[in-house]
Design a protein around this ligand. Structure first.
Ligand SMILES: C=C(OP(=O)(O)O)C(=O)O
Ligand SMILES: [Mg+2]
Length: 429
């Protein structure tokens, strides 16, 4: 028996950062090493994502429990992985995929499968005596420290549609010399923004990812507020700190039109492209994620032809970390970067394949948290290991977000000068 053979698996239901149940898995290896992993959960989920398994029982947590998933881990998956070696991730993930047997992971659930897959990666790293990022790094020399993409102003569904239509306004401190400094730039800007919002009479409550959620009157106003905050914190917008947007536009795309409720108007895809071009000309925007809706391929082609030379255009709902959809995007010239969310696809192996495909085609790969998170820090190690150069994981406040940034501080400290900070080179344009 190999020392990294799985000896025991145990699932349990825990709560995520929104107070919804999610699954946590513990894995013990033959050598005695134990590891734990938990699945995150989205709110503005793409319709093409792999399935999240939820209980049908309506009285428990309004039917959102994951006791079925727990039972699957403790019984069917534990039995199905008998003899599996946690250190051979691809084989283990192949077995999980085969056990599920569906295209969309709808039988066992991508949440269930992912928690097992990550627990194996973590257990294998511990058994080898390696930090997780080093264990995941392949080929050697690929790793780097990412630029943190900090979502400091929330709108859309993450702010219960009480503010901007656009879901995320991120600051991108690519001009910092190190990750630690980048995090400091971002945190100081976040605090400056709070003071500016309060001084202007806005409330300073936060959305799901920890960014402020003021009741602004347009989707442009947050950009003015953030530029002011960057300057108030002592940094130069565009030189040291750039901006990124995730409008999450599938959420306001209805009957063929983009409905900007905050501004009281509806735009076509072409008009949205003009809107973004105007914003990019007026503000130091470097990234736009999900500028157009998840099946608006023609719109995405138009957006990429118009702005793809100087902006990173990231597909989240468009690609859902799925290599078949990414391949279609590459074929069509729709987007030039992929958002990487492990729970959209369900295994570590498939997540790495999505990054490899993007990077192999000169595209960007931006690793991301979900709006419902736990303190699991897998994505921090993943983005370092694969040298994706940027990670978005919310505001530099709120425990479940900060825990990822803190894990990156630990990695940077431990690795010393062997890991370079990706800086501005992280972005495809
Ligand atoms: C992180 C996001 O939100 P959610 O997890 O709700 O999809 C996103 O849309 O990029
Ligand atoms: Mg998104």
């Amino acid at each position: 028996m190999s020392s990294t053979e799985i000896a025991a698996l145990h699932g349990r239901e825990i709560l995520d950062s929104r107070g919804n149940p999610t699954i946590e898995v513990e894995m013990r290896l033959a050598c005695g090493v134990c590891a734990r992993a938990a699945a995150p959960s989205g709110a503005s989920t793409g319709i093409h994502e792999a399935w999240e398994l939820r209980d049908g029982e309506p009285t428990r947590y309004r039917g959102k429990g994951v006791l079925n998933a727990v039972s699957l881990v403790n019984n069917e998956i534990a039995a199905g992985l008998a003899g599996a070696d946690a250190a051979v991730q691809e084989e283990l993930d192949r077995r999980l995929i085969a056990l599920d047997g569906t295209e969309t992971k709808s039988r066992l659930g991508a949440n269930t499968i992912l928690a097992v897959s990550i627990a194996a990666a973590r257990a294998a790293a511990a058994a080898k005596g390696l930090p997780l990022w080093r264990s995941l790094e392949a080929p050697a020399g690929r790793a780097s420290m990412p630029v943190p993409m900090m979502n400091i102003l929330n709108g859309g569904v993450h702010a219960h549609w009480q503010g901007a239509d656009f879901q995320e306004y991120m600051i991108v401190p690519y001009g910092a010399p190190t990750f630690r400094e980048a995090l400091r730039y971002g945190s100081e800007t976040y605090h400056a923004l709070r003071s500016i919002l309060a001084a202007k009479g806005h409330h300073t409550g936060v959305g799901d990812e920890g960014g402020f959620a003021p009741a602004v009157g347009s989707n442009r106003e947050p950009l003015d507020l953030i530029v002011e905050a960057i300057e108030a914190a002592g940094y130069r917008p565009g030189a040291e700190i750039g901006l990124a947007l995730d409008p999450a536009s599938s959420g306001f795309f209805e009957d063929g039109a983009y409905r900007l409720k905050t501004e009281g108007r509806s735009l076509s895809a072409g008009e949205m492209v003009d809107y973004y071009a105007d914003l990019a000309a007026a503000y130091p925007i470097i990234v736009i994620e999900d500028g157009l809706a998840e099946d608006d391929w023609d719109g995405w082609q138009m957006l990429t032809a118009r702005l793809g030379d100087h902006l990173e255009l990231v597909g989240d709902d468009l690609f859902v970390t799925n290599v078949a959809r990414i391949q279609e995007g590459i074929r069509q010239g729709a987007a030039n970067a992929v958002l990487i969310k492990p729970n959209q696809i369900g295994t570590v192996t498939e997540t790495v394949a999505a990054v490899d495909l993007a990077q192999g085609n000169g595209w960007g790969a931006m690793v991301s948290h979900r709006s419902g998170e736990t303190v699991d820090t897998f994505i921090a190690d993943l983005c370092v290991a694969l040298g994706t150069g940027h990670l978005k994981t919310g505001a530099p406040a709120r425990g479940e977000r900060v825990e990822k940034y803190n894990q990156l501080l630990r990695i940077e400290e431990e690795a010393g000068s062997s890991l370079t900070f990706a800086g501005r080179n992280a972005f495809v344009r």
